[in-house]
Design a binder for this molecule. Structure first.
Ligand code: NAP
Length: 325
């Protein structure tokens, strides 16, 4: 039997992974509590609900043949979790003490004790950090950190588009955009790409692909909609505008793990929570992770949701093995 005042499962995070974990844990009668997080700027917008809250149309989430607005999709996830009795607390978890059992989580409102914890805090896209970049990203003005989410929208069709970055994500996103754009410029700060050769080749073989070497974006131009970027040459220092109808930032992601720094959890070499095998188990028994906070590779809503399901099933089995059900 669980101690009074100790939650069986606390889920931290309210994106696709967190809500899916909640649906499964609630239906398993584990009475989960979800800490949703609170809105912040980091420096880009970070909202409860995660990255889909910053997306307009989602066309690749199965079950929505006509597409669905990102915030609406997250609302549906939340309602489904609520329907089975998930308790929702709109606060941040600021620190986790996994050295004692039950675990102790320090939140905005105090402390909560838990037998098991599912971490689903996601990752945030890195931004250059320019004022006009952030403004147009917030207002749907044609600046995005996810070409696969937003690039196929009608607003970007047959226009010159730019992708910033030189890694695999930049190549993948730029290659994707070549299907819709008149020209895709990859803007890279050096004279060679970090991306794997095969990904480079895939992009460079497209007739409308172009790399602008040794360039950084120093400003984003346009009032309500992006009209162009101001580029600076990193070798000569020369500045020149480039006309584009969309800007996609692909300079990496940062997993939301700051609140876990002293927790004893293991991270991989990229700073994501290290998982053991195909399971959601971390190095600390009873602590599970799901979604982008533990996945640098796929980072899709549907894969995050799948991981949330796994984490809830893993937590349920682990709790049963401890005699807590
Ligand atoms: P990444 O490999 O860290 O590359 C980030 C890129 O952004 C680098 O080219 C970097 O430039 C550039 N950059 C970083 N900060 C910048 C700034 N402030 N201004 C301008 N440019 C900046 O990140 P990623 O491409 O997102 O890939 C993450 C991981 O996922 C990698 O391991 C990757 O292989 C993997 N991945 C795999 C696939 C696939 O195989 N299908 C697809 C996507 C991602 P520098 O090169 O100068 O440092």
């Amino acid at each position: 039997m669980a101690d009074t005042g100790v939650e069986k499962v606390v889920i931290i995070g309210s994106g696709p992974a967190g809500w899916t974990a909640a649906v499964y844990a609630a239906r398993a009668q584990l009475a989960p509590v979800v800490y949703t997080g609170v809105p912040k700027s980091d420096p880009g917008p970070v909202l409860p609900g995660g990255q889909l809250m910053l997306t307009t149309e989602v066309e690749n989430y199965p079950g929505f043949p006509e597409g669905v607005e990102g915030p609406h999709l997250m609302d549906l996830f939340r309602k489904q979790a609520e329907r089975f009795g998930t308790r929702i607390i709109e606060e941040d978890v600021n620190r986790c003490d996994f050295s004692q059992r039950p675990f102790v989580l320090h939140t905005d409102g105090g402390r909560v004790r838990a037998h098991s914890v599912i971490i689903a805090t996601g990752a945030t896209a890195n931004w250059i950090g320019l004022d006009n970049e952030m403004r147009l990203a917030r207002t749907g003005g044609g600046v995005s950190a996810c070409a696969v989410c937003d690039g196929a929208l009608p607003a970007f069709r047959n226009k010159p588009l730019a992708v910033v970055g030189g890694g695999d994500t930049a190549m993948e996103e730029a290659t994707y955009l070549t299907k819709f754009a008149s020209t895709v410029y990859v803007i890279h700060r050096r004279d060679s790409l970090r991306a794997s050769k095969i990904m480079q080749q895939r992009f460079l073989s497209r007739p409308n692909a172009q790399v602008l070497w040794n360039k950084v974006v120093v400003d984003v131009l346009g009032q309500d909609k992006i009209e162009g970027v101001l580029l600076e040459d990193t070798v000569t220092g020369e500045r020149a505008p480039l006309s584009v109808g969309g800007l996609f930032i692909a300079i990496g992601h940062t997993p939301a793990t700051r609140f876990l720094k002293e927790s004893g959890l293991e991270f991989n070499d990229k700073g994501y929570i290290a998982l053991h095998g195909r399971h959601s188990a971390t190095n600390i028994p009873g602590v599970f992770a799901a979604g982008d906070v533990a996945d640098a590779e796929y980072r899709q809503a549907v894969t995050a949701a799948g991981m949330g399901c796994q984490a809830a099933l893993d937590a349920e089995r682990w709790l049963a093995a401890q005699g807590i059900d």
